[in-house]
Design a protein around this ligand. Structure first.
Ligand code: SF4
Length: 500
């Protein structure tokens, strides 16, 4: 999972990309980069770390041009090295940059094919580089190696990607001297929204404005558009390609039409609450999740299986659902787990050891409010169970007499091959344990999960829920190799860290 931003039509493109990335920081904290283009060529700054730590006033001033790509990285493929930090560049054809949010399931096969058949040797460990090379190859074929580039050529190249690349990919590409291209995989697994704003008519050849006087932005989430004053046009449709030329002409076409299978985890956990993804507000979906949980809990409360004094959210994501749950159950809502804001999101951290350490550094319970109370703890999900176990322990140590653990997401039982970092079933607590066993492992007085019906109704449509029900929207047979590669990469990284 990553945060991506593409901007065209403003001399402020790099600064806007930087500020936009700060609103998408929750989507990836491993590295960040911005690429711009002008008459002097490409300009790029990228590094490992948070957006705020990668960019300075000085290095942003080197990012000149009216077109920018910005990326906040969450590494699932690759080894966490700077070489894998996006945006990526390719010199031929035209000069191209690319950023990507998602995961390519058949990455290993495509990489091999590029190497053996096309003699293209990849320079990074990232699946994005595979898509960039396929796009380049498609453009060379479509243009027959010529210098003219039309929207039809771009559609032909993207269609080739759709026919070969299996997985989740929201992509933004910059083509030197031509414009910005955005496309989304035919299942629409990862979000991509499109917006524009008026920046004034073109005053000269170098002022950065388009002839239309409008700047366009594509972003992973609408929060980035709003923050920079862009008005949302709409989400890029699954299977659609959009091309904004340097003159401000806009082309778009849906190349492959299928039923959208947006990832449910965007609404449950990943996205920012102020975002609207595929027309469904994240905040509203989380309220619905809380109301649905209240329906499930009411029965147990009526039967006196659960008697509670407080509803307590595990910050931050579950707060909204917890408020709705408390309102529906008429139980006091208290934010008595205080978060240290300067610790990275636990789930994103890439090793079990780092995650365990982070929980105790991250949350402090308010003993005076918890002591002697029966507490309903609300969290967005239970993935490995590590974090949940530690939080329950913290609340018990603060004097809670009962701890009921509520998850706004149903049990996660299967790996995700589309960009969320739980690839191995052995790591998922719900893959081999029933609820009673999970209660015992977590040391909870009860564990209550959201049900599938409640989740589906909260989001609407027909979202991907493959990590819950095992029904993947694409063929994931190549995914086993992906998991093995991932585990090998992670083990190697841990050995490197341990100095073995
Ligand atoms: S498998 Fe789960 S986390 Fe992965 S895309 Fe589907 S719903 Fe999202």
């Amino acid at each position: 999972m990553c945060g991506i931003i593409g901007i065209i039509g403003t001399p402020d493109a790099a600064r806007e990309a930087f500020l936009g990335l700060t609103t998408l920081q929750h989507r990836g904290q491993d590295g960040a980069g911005i690429l711009t283009y002008d008459a002097d060529g490409f300009h790029r700054v990228k590094n490992l770390g948070l957006v705020e730590s990668v960019f300075t006033r000085d290095n942003i001033s080197t990012l000149t041009g009216n077109t920018a790509l910005g990326h906040a990285r969450y590494s699932t493929v690759g080894k966490g090295d700077i070489i894998d930090v996006q945006p990526f560049l390719l010199s031929y054809p035209f000069g191209m940059g690319m950023i990507h949010n998602g995961n390519i399931v058949n990455f290993a096969d495509l990489k091999k094919k590029l190497r053996t058949q096309s003699k293209r040797h990849l320079l990074t460990h990232s699946d994005t580089e595979v898509v960039l090379n396929l796009f380049a190859e498609g453009l060379v074929q479509a243009t027959d190696g010529g210098t003219d580039l039309t929207f039809e050529h771009i559609c032909s190249a993207v269609q080739k990607i759709f026919s070969q690349v299996n997985g989740a990919y929201s992509i933004i590409s910059m083509i030197a001297d031509h414009g910005l291209v955005a496309f989304r995989d035919p299942d629409g697994l990862r979000p991509l929204i499109w917006g524009k704003k008026h920046v004034g008519e073109r005053a000269g050849d170098t002022d950065g404005a388009l002839d239309s006087g409008e700047a366009h932005m594509f972003a992973s989430e609408s929060v980035a558009l709003g923050f920079m004053g862009y008005e949302a046009i709409r989400d890029v449709q699954p299977g659609e390609v959009v091309f904004i030329t340097n003159e401000g002409k806009v082309y778009n076409k849906v190349l492959t039409k299928k039923e959208a299978r947006h990832c449910m985890f965007e609404w449950v956990y990943f996205a920012s609450p102020e975002s609207i993804i595929d027309k469904v507000p994240v905040y509203g979906a989380r309220i619905n999740l809380g109301k649905s949980l209240a329906r499930l809990l009411k029965k147990q409360i009526e039967e006196k299986k659960i008697e509670a004094d407080l509803v307590v959210p595990v910050p931050e994501t579950s707060r909204i659902a917890a408020i709705a749950l408390a309102e529906e159950l008429d139980i006091p809502y208290r934010e008595v787990l205080i978060k240290n804001r300067y610790i990275k999101r636990t789930f994103i951290l890439d090793s079990q050891e780092k995650r365990q350490k982070a929980v105790s550094l991250k949350l402090s319970p308010v003993r005076s409010e918890i002591e002697g109370k029966r507490v309903i703890l609300v969290d967005d999900s239970i993935v490995r169970g590590t974090t949940s176990k530690k939080i329950i322990e913290l609340v018990r140590q603060a004097g809670a007499s009962k701890v009921y653990f509520v998850s706004t997401c149903p049990p996660i039982q299967h790996p995700c091959y589309y960009g969320i970092d739980f690839p191995s079933p052995q790591e998922l607590i719900a893959s081999k344990r029933n609820v009673a066993e999970i209660e015992k492992y977590l040391d909870a007085d009860a564990v209550i999960y959201q049900d599938m019906k409640g989740l589906k109704e909260a989001i609407g449509g027909n979202p991907c829920m493959a990590c819950l029900d095992g029904k993947y929207p694409t063929d994931v047979s190549a995914g086993t190799r992906f998991s093995e590669d991932r585990t090998t990469d992670r083990n190697q990284a841990q050995r490197r860290t341990a100095g073995i």
